[in-house]
Write a protein that binds this ligand. Sequence first.
Ligand code: GRF
Length: 222
Amino acid sequence: MKLLASFEQFKQSALSFGEGAGGRKVRLAILLSGRGSNMLALVAATKTGVLKDLAEVVVVFSNKPDAPGLAFAAEQGCPVASLPSQGRKREAFDADAAALLQQYRPDVVVLAGYMRILSPAFIQPFAGRILNIHPADTHQHQGLHAYEWAFENQLPETKITVHLVDEGLDTGPILAQQTVDLRGADTLAEVERRGLAVEHELYARTLAWLITSKQYGLIDQK
Ligand code: GRF
């Protein structure tokens, strides 16, 4: 995993961090619109993996009430919430979604296949505390169909990216990247299988790194 030290915004706004070892767990709100495999990996990491004792999932939220990931989250015992975005104006929906999420007092909002571009109404309440995972190098490819892009261009590798979210489409500061070897991956399904395996580890490890760096003052040491 390659960590890129562009976390100034995160350092300043993740106010609930830095309580020292033995402090309370960091509260995660996970947002999804689809199947939720990254959400499941994160939940598992909080139960038995690298996020154990560091973080807890306080809500899994979806803009699609029938998203399969929401049902999977409930099966895992996570609190779930949803608000249909269909037919709503972006700013109005985002304001309602932010207000709903604030009831759960999340420290970090973790986008995991949340298929929306966020407006200031959502970004501002959580500024610098929203993370996303993107299945490509965000400097090379933004938006949907990143695995298709890698497959169709027969790329020998692609990079999974965890980044802070701002108001652009996959434009926020990069926190971590990991390369996926795509040599010999001759179907789109195989490209996705290799990529998702990396996604599922990288997201949890990046969060663990952020939390422990903050807790032990490493981020502040510059
Ligand atoms: C992942 O490929 C993620 O990188 C992208 O959307 C997909 C979500 O998949 N942002 P899942 O719902 O986590 O399985």
